[in-house]
Design a protein around this ligand. Sequence first.
Ligand code: SAM
Ligand code: SF4
Length: 300
Amino acid sequence: MYPLKYIEPVFRPPSEWKSLILQVTNGCSWNRCSFCDMYSADDKKFKPKKIDLIEQEIKLVAQSGISTSRVFLADGDAMMLPFKRLKEILLLIKEYLPRVNRVSSYCLPRNLSNKTVEQLSELNDLGLKLMYVGCESGDDKVLELIDKGETYNSSLIALNKIKQSGMKSSVMILNGLGGPEFSKQHAINSARLMNEAQPDYLSTLVVSFPLGEERFAAKFTEANCQPFRQLNQNELFTEMEVLLTQLELTKTIFRSDHASNYLVLKGILGKDKDSLLNQVRGALNQPKSAGLRQEWQRGL
Ligand SMILES: C[S@@+](CC[C@H](N)C(=O)[O-])C[C@H]1O[C@@H](n2cnc3c(N)ncnc32)[C@H](O)[C@@H]1O
Ligand code: SF4
Protein backbone atom coordinates (compact mmCIF):
# COMPACT_ATOMS: atom_id res chain seq x y z
CA MET A 1 0.00 0.00 0.00
CA TYR A 2 1.12 3.53 -0.72
CA PRO A 3 1.82 5.59 2.41
CA LEU A 4 -0.72 8.28 1.56
CA LYS A 5 -3.83 9.49 3.39
CA TYR A 6 -6.82 9.95 1.10
CA ILE A 7 -10.06 11.82 1.56
CA GLU A 8 -12.37 8.88 0.83
CA PRO A 9 -14.05 7.77 -1.32
CA VAL A 10 -11.54 7.77 -4.13
CA PHE A 11 -12.58 6.67 -7.62
CA ARG A 12 -10.32 5.67 -10.48
CA PRO A 13 -10.87 4.01 -13.86
CA PRO A 14 -10.72 0.18 -13.63
CA SER A 15 -7.62 0.11 -15.85
CA GLU A 16 -5.72 2.22 -13.30
CA TRP A 17 -5.77 -0.53 -10.66
CA LYS A 18 -1.97 -0.74 -10.61
CA SER A 19 -1.36 3.02 -10.58
CA LEU A 20 -0.35 5.29 -7.75
CA ILE A 21 -3.41 7.43 -7.06
CA LEU A 22 -2.25 10.96 -6.35
CA GLN A 23 -5.10 13.05 -4.99
CA VAL A 24 -4.13 16.47 -6.35
CA THR A 25 -7.70 17.76 -5.96
CA ASN A 26 -10.59 16.64 -3.78
CA GLY A 27 -14.05 16.06 -5.32
CA CYS A 28 -15.29 17.38 -8.66
CA SER A 29 -15.36 21.04 -9.70
CA TRP A 30 -18.70 20.56 -11.50
CA ASN A 31 -20.46 18.00 -9.30
CA ARG A 32 -23.85 18.58 -10.94
CA CYS A 33 -24.38 15.61 -13.28
CA SER A 34 -27.71 14.26 -12.12
CA PHE A 35 -26.68 10.59 -12.37
CA CYS A 36 -23.47 10.99 -10.38
CA ASP A 37 -23.29 10.73 -6.59
CA MET A 38 -19.60 9.98 -6.48
CA TYR A 39 -18.46 13.17 -4.78
CA SER A 40 -21.65 14.17 -2.97
CA ALA A 41 -20.42 13.57 0.62
CA ASP A 42 -19.78 16.71 2.68
CA ASP A 43 -16.04 16.17 2.93
CA LYS A 44 -15.77 15.71 -0.84
CA LYS A 45 -16.39 19.40 -1.58
CA PHE A 46 -14.14 20.45 -4.42
CA LYS A 47 -10.73 21.76 -3.38
CA PRO A 48 -7.33 21.73 -5.09
CA LYS A 49 -4.55 20.41 -2.86
CA LYS A 50 -1.68 22.77 -2.00
CA ILE A 51 1.46 22.15 -4.05
CA ASP A 52 3.61 21.76 -0.90
CA LEU A 53 1.40 18.94 0.26
CA ILE A 54 1.49 17.29 -3.17
CA GLU A 55 5.29 17.47 -3.10
CA GLN A 56 5.38 15.93 0.40
CA GLU A 57 3.18 13.05 -0.78
CA ILE A 58 5.29 12.38 -3.87
CA LYS A 59 8.43 12.38 -1.68
CA LEU A 60 6.78 9.97 0.76
CA VAL A 61 6.07 7.52 -2.06
CA ALA A 62 9.64 7.88 -3.34
CA GLN A 63 11.06 7.27 0.16
CA SER A 64 8.85 4.21 0.68
CA GLY A 65 10.79 2.46 -2.07
CA ILE A 66 7.61 1.31 -3.77
CA SER A 67 8.20 1.31 -7.46
CA THR A 68 5.49 2.62 -9.72
CA SER A 69 5.35 3.27 -13.45
CA ARG A 70 1.89 4.82 -13.57
CA VAL A 71 0.21 7.67 -11.74
CA PHE A 72 -3.48 8.62 -11.82
CA LEU A 73 -4.29 12.21 -10.81
CA ALA A 74 -7.47 12.19 -8.71
CA ASP A 75 -10.25 13.14 -8.00
CA GLY A 76 -13.07 13.77 -10.48
CA ASP A 77 -11.46 16.31 -12.81
CA ALA A 78 -7.87 17.10 -11.88
CA MET A 79 -7.54 18.62 -15.35
CA MET A 80 -9.40 21.67 -14.08
CA LEU A 81 -6.09 22.75 -12.51
CA PRO A 82 -4.34 25.48 -14.49
CA PHE A 83 -1.60 24.55 -16.94
CA LYS A 84 1.12 25.93 -14.66
CA ARG A 85 0.01 23.81 -11.67
CA LEU A 86 -0.25 20.65 -13.79
CA LYS A 87 3.25 21.31 -15.11
CA GLU A 88 4.60 21.71 -11.57
CA ILE A 89 3.02 18.41 -10.53
CA LEU A 90 4.42 16.56 -13.55
CA LEU A 91 7.91 17.99 -12.90
CA LEU A 92 7.74 16.80 -9.29
CA ILE A 93 6.70 13.32 -10.45
CA LYS A 94 9.64 13.29 -12.90
CA GLU A 95 12.06 14.42 -10.21
CA TYR A 96 11.07 12.02 -7.42
CA LEU A 97 9.52 9.11 -9.31
CA PRO A 98 11.68 8.80 -12.43
CA ARG A 99 10.31 5.34 -13.33
CA VAL A 100 6.82 6.75 -14.00
CA ASN A 101 6.10 6.58 -17.72
CA ARG A 102 2.37 7.34 -17.77
CA VAL A 103 0.31 9.89 -15.90
CA SER A 104 -3.44 10.05 -16.53
CA SER A 105 -6.51 11.90 -15.25
CA TYR A 106 -10.26 12.27 -15.58
CA CYS A 107 -11.01 15.27 -17.75
CA LEU A 108 -14.13 17.28 -18.44
CA PRO A 109 -14.22 18.87 -21.91
CA ARG A 110 -14.43 22.33 -20.32
CA ASN A 111 -11.22 21.67 -18.35
CA LEU A 112 -9.37 22.09 -21.63
CA SER A 113 -11.04 25.27 -22.86
CA ASN A 114 -8.38 27.43 -21.14
CA LYS A 115 -5.47 25.27 -22.35
CA THR A 116 -3.91 25.42 -25.81
CA VAL A 117 -2.86 22.40 -27.86
CA GLU A 118 0.75 23.55 -27.37
CA GLN A 119 0.33 23.53 -23.59
CA LEU A 120 -1.27 20.09 -23.71
CA SER A 121 1.63 18.87 -25.90
CA GLU A 122 4.05 20.18 -23.30
CA LEU A 123 2.18 18.29 -20.57
CA ASN A 124 2.22 15.20 -22.78
CA ASP A 125 6.01 15.51 -23.15
CA LEU A 126 6.23 15.71 -19.34
CA GLY A 127 4.39 12.40 -19.01
CA LEU A 128 0.66 13.22 -19.05
CA LYS A 129 -0.43 10.65 -21.60
CA LEU A 130 -4.09 9.71 -21.13
CA MET A 131 -7.35 11.59 -20.54
CA TYR A 132 -10.47 9.74 -19.35
CA VAL A 133 -13.40 11.77 -20.67
CA GLY A 134 -16.92 11.03 -19.43
CA CYS A 135 -18.79 12.19 -22.52
CA GLU A 136 -21.70 9.98 -21.35
CA SER A 137 -23.68 10.82 -24.52
CA GLY A 138 -23.33 12.59 -27.84
CA ASP A 139 -26.95 13.69 -27.81
CA ASP A 140 -27.51 17.31 -26.80
CA LYS A 141 -30.99 16.67 -25.37
CA VAL A 142 -29.70 13.89 -23.13
CA LEU A 143 -26.68 16.00 -22.13
CA GLU A 144 -29.04 18.81 -21.13
CA LEU A 145 -31.31 16.46 -19.17
CA ILE A 146 -28.41 15.04 -17.17
CA ASP A 147 -26.92 18.51 -16.52
CA LYS A 148 -23.51 17.53 -17.86
CA GLY A 149 -22.79 21.13 -18.79
CA GLU A 150 -21.34 19.90 -22.08
CA THR A 151 -22.60 19.45 -25.64
CA TYR A 152 -21.75 17.34 -28.68
CA ASN A 153 -19.56 20.22 -29.92
CA SER A 154 -17.77 21.00 -26.67
CA SER A 155 -16.99 17.28 -26.26
CA LEU A 156 -15.69 17.03 -29.84
CA ILE A 157 -13.49 20.13 -29.48
CA ALA A 158 -11.88 18.67 -26.33
CA LEU A 159 -11.37 15.22 -27.85
CA ASN A 160 -9.75 16.80 -30.93
CA LYS A 161 -7.46 18.90 -28.74
CA ILE A 162 -6.37 15.80 -26.85
CA LYS A 163 -5.57 14.02 -30.12
CA GLN A 164 -3.70 17.00 -31.58
CA SER A 165 -1.55 17.24 -28.45
CA GLY A 166 -0.42 13.64 -28.83
CA MET A 167 -2.26 12.41 -25.71
CA LYS A 168 -4.65 9.47 -25.79
CA SER A 169 -8.33 9.61 -24.92
CA SER A 170 -10.54 7.09 -23.21
CA VAL A 171 -14.25 7.91 -23.49
CA MET A 172 -17.12 6.69 -21.32
CA ILE A 173 -20.67 6.43 -22.70
CA LEU A 174 -23.57 5.47 -20.42
CA ASN A 175 -25.96 2.80 -21.66
CA GLY A 176 -29.57 3.58 -20.70
CA LEU A 177 -28.92 7.24 -19.93
CA GLY A 178 -31.87 8.68 -21.91
CA GLY A 179 -34.44 6.16 -20.72
CA PRO A 180 -36.82 4.69 -23.34
CA GLU A 181 -37.77 8.04 -24.90
CA PHE A 182 -34.24 9.04 -25.90
CA SER A 183 -32.60 5.62 -26.21
CA LYS A 184 -32.31 5.64 -30.01
CA GLN A 185 -31.08 9.20 -30.45
CA HIS A 186 -28.67 8.75 -27.52
CA ALA A 187 -27.13 5.73 -29.27
CA ILE A 188 -27.05 7.31 -32.74
CA ASN A 189 -25.55 10.63 -31.64
CA SER A 190 -23.07 9.01 -29.26
CA ALA A 191 -21.85 6.90 -32.18
CA ARG A 192 -21.68 10.02 -34.38
CA LEU A 193 -19.52 11.79 -31.76
CA MET A 194 -17.22 8.78 -31.47
CA ASN A 195 -16.94 8.48 -35.27
CA GLU A 196 -15.86 12.10 -35.54
CA ALA A 197 -13.49 11.92 -32.57
CA GLN A 198 -12.01 8.42 -33.12
CA PRO A 199 -10.90 8.01 -29.48
CA ASP A 200 -8.18 5.53 -28.55
CA TYR A 201 -10.42 3.76 -26.02
CA LEU A 202 -14.17 3.60 -25.62
CA SER A 203 -16.06 2.00 -22.77
CA THR A 204 -19.74 1.73 -22.03
CA LEU A 205 -21.23 1.45 -18.54
CA VAL A 206 -24.85 0.93 -17.59
CA VAL A 207 -26.25 3.94 -15.74
CA SER A 208 -27.07 2.81 -12.19
CA PHE A 209 -28.57 4.52 -9.17
CA PRO A 210 -27.26 3.03 -5.91
CA LEU A 211 -28.68 6.01 -3.96
CA GLY A 212 -31.99 6.09 -5.85
CA GLU A 213 -33.01 7.64 -9.15
CA GLU A 214 -35.29 10.47 -7.88
CA ARG A 215 -32.87 13.35 -8.54
CA PHE A 216 -32.14 12.01 -12.02
CA ALA A 217 -35.78 11.35 -12.95
CA ALA A 218 -36.88 14.79 -11.71
CA LYS A 219 -35.00 16.50 -14.57
CA PHE A 220 -37.08 14.56 -17.11
CA THR A 221 -40.34 15.57 -15.43
CA GLU A 222 -39.26 19.23 -15.14
CA ALA A 223 -38.49 19.27 -18.87
CA ASN A 224 -41.94 17.77 -19.68
CA CYS A 225 -40.39 14.61 -21.10
CA GLN A 226 -41.80 11.11 -20.62
CA PRO A 227 -41.10 10.03 -17.03
CA PHE A 228 -37.68 8.41 -16.80
CA ARG A 229 -37.40 4.73 -16.10
CA GLN A 230 -34.36 2.47 -16.24
CA LEU A 231 -34.14 0.34 -19.37
CA ASN A 232 -34.67 -3.37 -18.94
CA GLN A 233 -32.01 -5.80 -20.17
CA ASN A 234 -33.64 -6.18 -23.57
CA GLU A 235 -33.79 -2.42 -24.08
CA LEU A 236 -30.19 -1.96 -22.93
CA PHE A 237 -29.01 -4.55 -25.47
CA THR A 238 -31.13 -2.96 -28.22
CA GLU A 239 -29.48 0.40 -27.46
CA MET A 240 -26.06 -1.29 -27.62
CA GLU A 241 -27.01 -2.86 -30.94
CA VAL A 242 -27.87 0.58 -32.38
CA LEU A 243 -24.66 2.09 -30.96
CA LEU A 244 -22.41 -0.67 -32.34
CA THR A 245 -24.18 -0.67 -35.71
CA GLN A 246 -23.61 3.06 -36.07
CA LEU A 247 -19.99 3.05 -34.87
CA GLU A 248 -17.44 3.48 -37.65
CA LEU A 249 -14.19 3.40 -35.74
CA THR A 250 -10.84 2.54 -37.26
CA LYS A 251 -8.67 1.64 -34.26
CA THR A 252 -10.41 2.00 -30.92
CA ILE A 253 -10.08 -0.43 -28.04
CA PHE A 254 -13.66 -1.08 -26.97
CA ARG A 255 -14.61 -2.35 -23.52
CA SER A 256 -17.97 -2.95 -21.99
CA ASP A 257 -16.69 -4.92 -19.03
CA HIS A 258 -17.32 -2.56 -16.11
CA ALA A 259 -19.22 -4.26 -13.26
CA SER A 260 -22.39 -2.33 -14.18
CA ASN A 261 -22.77 -4.23 -17.47
CA TYR A 262 -24.88 -7.39 -17.84
CA LEU A 263 -23.07 -8.44 -20.99
CA VAL A 264 -19.26 -8.29 -21.07
CA LEU A 265 -17.90 -7.13 -24.44
CA LYS A 266 -14.27 -6.56 -25.44
CA GLY A 267 -12.69 -5.97 -28.80
CA ILE A 268 -11.10 -3.60 -31.25
CA LEU A 269 -13.34 -1.46 -33.41
CA GLY A 270 -13.74 -1.63 -36.37
CA LYS A 271 -12.10 -5.10 -36.81
CA ASP A 272 -14.34 -6.83 -34.22
CA LYS A 273 -17.58 -5.00 -35.02
CA ASP A 274 -19.39 -8.03 -36.50
CA SER A 275 -18.36 -10.32 -33.68
CA LEU A 276 -19.41 -7.79 -31.00
CA LEU A 277 -22.74 -7.24 -32.76
CA ASN A 278 -23.28 -11.00 -32.87
CA GLN A 279 -22.72 -11.22 -29.13
CA VAL A 280 -25.25 -8.43 -28.48
CA ARG A 281 -27.79 -10.11 -30.79
CA GLY A 282 -27.13 -13.42 -29.03
CA ALA A 283 -27.96 -11.72 -25.71
CA LEU A 284 -31.13 -10.29 -27.24
CA ASN A 285 -32.33 -13.55 -28.78
CA GLN A 286 -31.09 -16.10 -26.24
CA PRO A 287 -30.29 -14.28 -22.99
CA LYS A 288 -30.18 -17.54 -21.00
CA SER A 289 -27.19 -18.83 -22.94
CA ALA A 290 -25.36 -15.50 -23.31
CA GLY A 291 -23.42 -15.79 -20.01
CA LEU A 292 -24.93 -12.60 -18.61
CA ARG A 293 -23.94 -11.22 -15.22
CA GLN A 294 -26.56 -11.83 -12.56
CA GLU A 295 -28.00 -8.84 -10.72
CA TRP A 296 -25.95 -9.66 -7.58
CA GLN A 297 -22.74 -9.69 -9.63
CA ARG A 298 -23.27 -6.15 -10.83
CA GLY A 299 -22.06 -2.95 -9.18
CA LEU A 300 -20.86 0.56 -9.80
C1 SAM B 1 -15.67 9.33 -11.28
S1 SAM B 1 -16.50 9.87 -12.72
C2 SAM B 1 -15.32 11.09 -13.24
C3 SAM B 1 -15.49 11.51 -14.66
C4 SAM B 1 -15.21 12.94 -15.02
N1 SAM B 1 -15.58 13.85 -13.99
C5 SAM B 1 -16.01 13.28 -16.26
O1 SAM B 1 -17.16 13.65 -16.11
O2 SAM B 1 -15.48 13.11 -17.35
C6 SAM B 1 -16.19 8.58 -13.88
C7 SAM B 1 -17.34 8.08 -14.66
O3 SAM B 1 -18.13 7.25 -13.87
C8 SAM B 1 -19.35 7.07 -14.54
N2 SAM B 1 -20.47 7.18 -13.60
C9 SAM B 1 -20.66 8.10 -12.65
N3 SAM B 1 -21.85 7.90 -12.03
C10 SAM B 1 -22.42 6.83 -12.64
C11 SAM B 1 -23.66 6.15 -12.47
N4 SAM B 1 -24.56 6.55 -11.59
N5 SAM B 1 -23.90 5.07 -13.25
C12 SAM B 1 -22.98 4.65 -14.16
N6 SAM B 1 -21.81 5.28 -14.38
C13 SAM B 1 -21.53 6.35 -13.62
C14 SAM B 1 -19.45 8.17 -15.62
O4 SAM B 1 -19.23 7.62 -16.90
C15 SAM B 1 -18.32 9.08 -15.23
O5 SAM B 1 -17.80 9.78 -16.34
S1 SF4 C 1 -19.70 12.63 -13.87
FE1 SF4 C 1 -17.79 13.71 -13.65
S2 SF4 C 1 -18.33 15.86 -13.96
FE2 SF4 C 1 -20.20 14.82 -13.56
S3 SF4 C 1 -20.51 15.11 -11.37
FE3 SF4 C 1 -19.53 13.09 -11.67
S4 SF4 C 1 -17.39 13.48 -11.45
FE4 SF4 C 1 -18.36 15.48 -11.76
